[in-house]
Write a protein that binds this ligand. Structure first.
Ligand SMILES: NC(=O)c1ccc[n+]([C@@H]2O[C@H](COP(=O)([O-])OP(=O)(O)OC[C@H]3O[C@@H](n4cnc5c(N)ncnc54)[C@H](OP(=O)(O)O)[C@@H]3O)[C@@H](O)[C@H]2O)c1
Length: 326
């Protein structure tokens, strides 16, 4: 499938068609663009509006996405995510419509349920019972199966494929068993500290596509950065690659698409350079997680707290609530 990576400053599809993604990317709006595509971060959309690119006809475009779409929409793979405050079936299409409006396109290629966690609807992006509250107000009634059914019912004219993010194998099995529809993709945290072996096996069996987020092990905890890990550094120097290239190649070798993030142009460019790893090196890197298991993105530790166990990690054992699957 042709795909434009938002972190790629010299996409051949775009430069061939004369679109100005390059201008846009070099202005450092990559994060903003990504957030436009996630469809939930209105502030980021507004920020990016200060730096509209200039179209090839010399006029400023209505939005960065419109600039790109006017040239090569059919060549671009666009993703969006349903935020937690729209899990109730009657909210799902409304939020999709709002994302399409913000992006300035008629359809998304892939629409994901962002988290297997529902918030109460119509009270903002991060609803709290009151200002002083330190916890998000969860919707404990809406099940994953109900939301998945609403995703399945979305018109194909607006979303070509539907999927999930941050879902476990058990959750995917349950929503698939209830509806007969396997998600097209699952976007999950994946790096050598968290190799996601169970999901990798399940994906091989079923054809589920996996995308690795935080593939460089975005460091929210006080542990050594993966780019500085001895095993990664030694493999990188043995093949003349950067540690980030090794981390990305490892994820690709295991069947993932990878979405590394950088705000630095030289890193964006070098992260896009593909290198090959031997099967032994892939194995050596996968073994890191066996001894040094670390998951960075745990909502129980977000501020405000989501008081719910999402992954069943030992560090979530104090969480008061469990995910309602069915
Ligand atoms: N589905 C979800 O729930 C979810 C959750 C979290 C994240 N995501 C998405 O996943 C994407 C990436 O994840 P992430 O930002 O958490 O983590 P990441 O891509 O693993 O790491 C980003 C960090 O690595 C640094 N970096 C980038 N290239 C580097 C290089 N070549 N050498 C050394 N350091 C480098 C970046 O710094 P500089 O920017 O300074 O280069 C930044 O600090 C984002 O687009 C994000 O939206 C999705």
């Amino acid at each position: 499938m042709p795909c434009v990576c938002l972190s790629h400053p010299s996409c051949p599809v775009c430069s061939n068609s004369g679109c100005r993604w390059n201008t846009l990317l070099r202005r450092g709006t990559i994060t903003s663009i990504w957030r436009i595509f996630t469809g939930t971060r209105t502030r980021s959309v507004q920020r990016s509006r200060r730096s509209y690119p200039v179209s090839s006809s010399g006029k400023t475009c209505g939005s960065p996405a419109r600039c790109a779409f006017s040239r090569c929409r059919g060549c671009m793979l666009t993703w969006g995510k349903l935020w937690n405050n729209a899990h109730k079936p009657e909210e799902v299409e409304k939020q999709l419509d709002e994302s399409l409006r913000q992006i300035g396109t008629d359809y998304l290629d892939l629409y994901l349920i962002h988290w297997p966690v529902a918030f109460v609807p119509n009270r903002g992006v991060v609803p709290k019972a009151n200002e002083a509250d330190t916890e998000v107000e969860l919707d404990l009634e809406t099940s994953l199966v109900e939301t998945w059914k609403a995703m399945i019912a979305l018109p194909k004219s607006k979303v070509r494929n539907i999927g999930v993010s941050n879902f476990s194998v058990a959750m995917i099995r349950a929503i698939t068993a209830a509806t007969g529809v396997l998600p097209a993709a699952n976007q999950v945290e994946c790096h050598p500290y968290l190799p996601q072996n169970e999901l990798v096996e399940y994906a091989k069996e079923t054809g589920l596509h996996l995308t690795a987020y935080s593939p460089l092990g975005n460091n929210l905890k006080n542990v050594p950065k993966l780019t500085e890990h001895d095993v990664i550094q030694s493999i990188a120097s043995s093949i003349g690659a950067t540690p980030a290239q090794v981390l990305i190649a490892w994820a690709v070798a295991r069947g993932f698409t990878v979405i590394p993030k950088s705000v630095q142009n030289d890193r964006i460019e070098s992260n896009f350079v593909q290198v090959d790893l031997s099967p032994e090196d892939v194995q050596k890197i996968t073994a890191i997680g066996e001894k040094e298991h670390t998951r960075f993105n745990i909502p129980y530790y977000f501020v405000p707290r989501w008081n719910i166990s999402v992954f069943g990690e030992p560090s979530e054992k104090e969480a008061k609530n469990q995910i309602k699957v069915e």
